[in-house]
Write a protein that binds this ligand. Structure first.
Ligand SMILES: Nc1ncnc2c1ncn2[C@@H]1O[C@H](COP(=O)(O)OP(=O)(O)OP(=O)(O)O)[C@@H](O)[C@H]1O
Length: 311
């Protein structure tokens, strides 16, 4: 079921086209990555999805109806990149206040806060002030205040910044749990390895336009180069085959081969087996999202134009 869909969304700042005719839809319970280089238009898109401002053109449909920020906002949790906590307020009181702003009764808010504080090992923080917290600690608090009312849609802008690996894992597990319980997560980051690990669907934007849309698996398949990694028990004397080229070799035991058009992976296996060489491992090499990101963004013609201008 689709929880959110954007159709032909446009947003201009004066003459700057920040978002230029972008459409995509997000399935309920998915973890969706909104990606793009600096200035691509991600924050502008997120601000329209959270109702901070309206699109100049296009339609946003949320939970089966036209998005109505005033009514729908309690179903959305937004953790912006810039932190918005009151520095002088005590942590417990602040969490309570924010939870009640999201529509929870004082009693329910208290229950949820206790649950989350315990889960994320924050029980001892109740009477501390925000200004006494480290960057990572306030990041955890901000995460809790975003998800505590279990909104249908959770938007996380760089949620792991400032977190040590243990705390990043803690938050990552909670993101998976929230998605499993039916929340949809929109995740914006520049860290592609996090996207590979966490997201099932991605959209890549550049210069206000959508340049890629698909599942992480599908996108990687689409960009694969027909390259395979092969580990041999012993090095062959020489390698010459019509089926593949060797593009890299570690002392001839571990090879990266590129299969030529019209040939299959079995042809590579057969080549070595016919020579009596034992194959220890064989696997396809898929490009990383980082490589795909760079390839796609560099390929956008307007970027090339600005490079030319600089040159
Ligand atoms: N308030 C504003 N007034 C004028 N132009 C703006 C404003 N906010 C953003 N822009 C421009 O709109 C474009 C998109 O900006 P946006 O902040 O949405 O990018 P982003 O993808 O979130 O970038 P980053 O990854 O750096 O946060 C940029 O060209 C930016 O200069």
């Amino acid at each position: 079921m689709t929880i959110l869909s954007l159709e032909h969304i446009k947003k201009y700042y004066a003459t700057q086209k920040a978002v230029d005719d972008i459409s995509f839809s997000i399935e309920q319970g998915s973890i969706f990555g909104l990606l793009g280089p600096n200035g691509a238009g991600k924050t502008t898109l997120l601000r329209m999805i959270t109702g901070i401002f309206y699109p100049d053109e296009g339609t946003i449909t949320f939970d089966g109806k036209r998005f109505d920020p005033l009514n729908d906002i309690s179903k959305i949790g937004y953790m912006p990149e810039e932190r918005g906590l009151y520095k002088k307020m005590k942590i417990g009181e602040q969490a309570l206040y924010l939870a009640q702003l999201k529509g929870l009764s004082r009693h329910d808010a208290m229950q949820k806060i206790k649950y989350w504080f315990e889960k994320l090992e924050m029980q001892s923080w109740w009477n501390k002030k925000i200004e006494d917290l480290s960057k990572g600690m306030s990041q955890k608090l901000q995460f809790v205040t975003t998800v505590l009312h279990e909104p249908k849609l959770i938007i996380l802008d760089e949620p792991f910044s400032g977190l040590d690996p243990l705390n990043a894992n803690l938050i990552k597990d909670e993101i998976f749990n929230l998605a499993q319980r039916g929340s949809t997560i929109i995740f914006s980051t520049h860290r592609m390895e996090q996207v590979e690990e966490i997201c099932n669907h991605i959209v890549l934007v550049n210069l206000g336009k959508k340049i890629l849309d698909g599942t992480v698996k599908g996108v990687k398949q689409d960009f694969k180069d027909n390259e395979f990694s092969i580990q041999l028990a012993e090095a062959p004397l020489s390698i010459a085959s019509d089926a593949f080229d060797v593009v890299h070799s570690d002392d001839n035991h571990k090879l990266t081969v590129k299969i030529k058009n019209g040939y299959r992976s079995n042809d590579v296996l057969l080549y070595f087996l016919q020579q009596g060489i034992t194959i220890e491992s064989f696997s396809e090499i898929l490009p990383s999202l980082n490589e795909i990101f760079i390839r796609q963004v560099e390929g956008t013609h307007a970027v090339t134009r600005s490079f030319q201008k600089i040159a």
